[in-house]
Design a protein around this ligand. Sequence first.
Ligand code: UP6
Length: 252
Amino acid sequence: EHRLSYESKLKCAQHSVSKKLLEIALAKKSNLIASADVTTTQELLDLAEKTGPHIIALKTHIDIISDFDYEKTILPLKELALKHQFLLMEDRKFADIGNTQELQFTSGVFKITDWADFVTSQVIGGFESLDCFRNVGVVAIVGMSSKGTLTTNSYREEALKIALSHPNVIGAVSQHKVPEDILLFTPGVNLADSGDGKGQQYNTPQHVFKTLHTDFIIVGRGIYKAEDAEKAALTYKNEGWNAYLQSLEKNP
Ligand code: UP6
């Protein structure tokens, strides 16, 4: 059983952010997204500089940066994204009514709308709750990687209906296969560990490309906790790319 290539997905991609992601993936031969779960601006920028050449996007949780300052945090981050050609993915996991999400997206200190190329959102608020993410791509949280998640089969089925029909949605976060018309982003990827003692569950890049036909892997601690984050990013990049190439092969 084989999968669609990035080239064929690029041909039918509708959203400008899906196109960019697929173009960067092909240009860099990478399907790696580094998750920057660090808590200072310096660590965030260091990680972006080190991993930048190897990643297609840097995933942030901008609200964990303790010294956040738009000028000092976001402006240099945007420069690094331009320099190394990666996109910015804010993992905000919005989960409210449309009006509140719109305020969280555009206001406060983070002003996510001004810098993120794409954001994650729960779809628990229903189809129209995603309307506010007009100028970005949305990755819908369809299934979670943690033990005991409430994203059951029936939840995922309903969540996918919203994801597939909403024009702002470019993809889904899930630990299960999704239809090939949207991109699949898979966190919970680590080469060394199977869990973190706090409910996280890990798989290898090989596993998620083979069984889920994922498009992009998201790696946090496997990279930013490594002694050499640059080297670790390169390792995950190569593992991910080889696993992708293998998943393209037709097995008779
Ligand atoms: N993430 C998951 N699982 C999900 C959705 N999101 O782990 O189902 C996010 C976490 C974290 C990253 O919020 O930022 O992906 C995983 O980090 P890790 O590789 O260090 O476990």
